[in-house]
Design a protein around this ligand. Structure first.
Ligand SMILES: [Zn+2]
Length: 373
């Protein structure tokens, strides 16, 4: 987390992973080739950026804006896996990222990083990270944003991947900051919680990709950290109305979208989504007893905050439509800001909607489940 960017997912109950592996497969070789190609393209982009910056300097004295790509793209995601990750796991991960792209569109730049379980292999992946970063962005801060210190043994230090071999989980880190020269999203999967052999791995990949979609719809770079708190960011104001990162619609949205779209896959049984939501209903009573507002819930509550937030998004969609939530709301927050975009799409303020939800969600579970498709 000292890596310099806020991670969208801080939980450990979403995860992924892989197994032991043979040598470099054809697919990996192909990936490497593709990476080479796209790196060349990036070099050209950087050249273009250089040129346009120079032009701007000549024509204007106002603040220079960096033109760094972020948003809808035709580029394929790049894939980097530790050597102890199996080809089957790489293929599975790419397959579900591609499904997410087919559902919601292709956004980036996106890098998929897959961590295994071995320490040496993970350290090698840390090194690969630094190599990729400095190749793409000569201004990359190697001292702080590449592995440093000794995170694996003494715990004193940081690396992008060390925590995944013990904690497992999955995450998306969004690198769109004023002080870097190349913006990108890193979608990280690991080998447990869930592992690639678990059904959960698939909706978790979808969940993480939805974060990429959410984040790439906001093109305003993160301002430098002035308060020393990595959880605060000017970008959070667009996502929840306040500076401090809270799960709220980021997590409720990613989780409901992942489970809803997963449930529509032809080989998933028709009772899947109701089962998932019934399980998530266990968070309802502890949430109501907590007296907290949904938009104040943190990552570490005594109940699973993601679960009650997923119910809130189900409720929003029941009252409007999936498309209004997924497309209209998320694509309007940059122009309208959080509160106005919320009200424009859902018909009332977020606080009023939360109050309405709190009354609705007190009903028996069989009544609540009637809204789940
Ligand atoms: Zn998440």
């Amino acid at each position: 987390m000292c890596g310099g960017t806020a991670e969208t997912d801080l939980d450990s109950f979403e995860e992924v992973s892989l197994e032991a592996k043979e040598g470099i497969s054809d697919a990996q070789e192909e990936n490497q080739k593709e990476n080479k190609e796209s790196e060349t393209a990036e070099e050209e982009n950087q050249k273009e950026n250089k040129e346009s910056e120079t032009a701007e300097e000549e024509t204007t004295t106002t603040v220079l804006e960096k033109k760094i790509f972020w948003g809808a793209t035709d580029a394929k995601p790049e894939v980097y896996a530790a050597e102890d990750v199996s080809q089957a796991t790489i293929d599975l991960t790419v397959e579900w990222v591609n499904k997410a792209i087919s559902y919601w569109g292709n956004y980036g730049p996106l890098e998929i990083w897959i961590v295994g379980s071995g320490k040496e292999e993970t350290i090698a992946l840390d090194e690969k990270w630094c190599e990729v970063r400095t190749e793409k962005d000569p201004t990359w801060n190697k001292q702080w944003d590449c592995a440093n210190g000794d995170p694996y043994e003494s715990g004193n230090g940081w690396s992008p991947f060390y925590r995944y071999i013990t904690d497992g989980g999955a995450a998306v880190s969004n690198y769109i900051r004023e002080d870097i020269g190349y913006y990108f999203n890193a979608l990280i999967m690991s080998s447990k919680y869930p592992g690639p052999e678990e059904e959960d791995y698939k909706p978790v990949v979808l969940h993480e990709y939805f974060h990429v979609y959410q984040q790439t719809n906001l093109s305003i770079p993160e301002s430098p950290d002035t308060d020393g708190d990595w959880r605060t960011s000017n970008r959070n104001v667009y996502f929840n109305g306040g500076e401090v990162q809270v799960p709220f619609l980021m997590e409720g949205g990613a989780e409901y979208m992942a489970q809803y779209w997963y449930s529509m896959e032809s080989d998933v049984d028709s009772g899947y989504l109701r089962r998932v939501m019934e399980y998530k209903a266990e968070a309802i009573n502890p949430y109501l007893n907590s007296g907290k507002s949904l938009r104040e819930l943190g990552y570490d509550e005594e109940f699973n905050s993601y679960d009650i937030l997923t119910w809130f998004v189900a409720y929003l969609i029941h009252n409007t439509s999936e498309e209004i939530f997924r497309v209209d709301f998320w694509t309007q927050i940059e122009n309208l800001g959080f509160e106005k975009a919320f009200e424009a799409n859902f018909g009332k303020s977020a606080d009023d909607m939360i109050n309405e939800f709190d009354l609705w969600v007190e009903q028996p579970i069989n009544v609540l489940l009637e809204i789940i498709p």
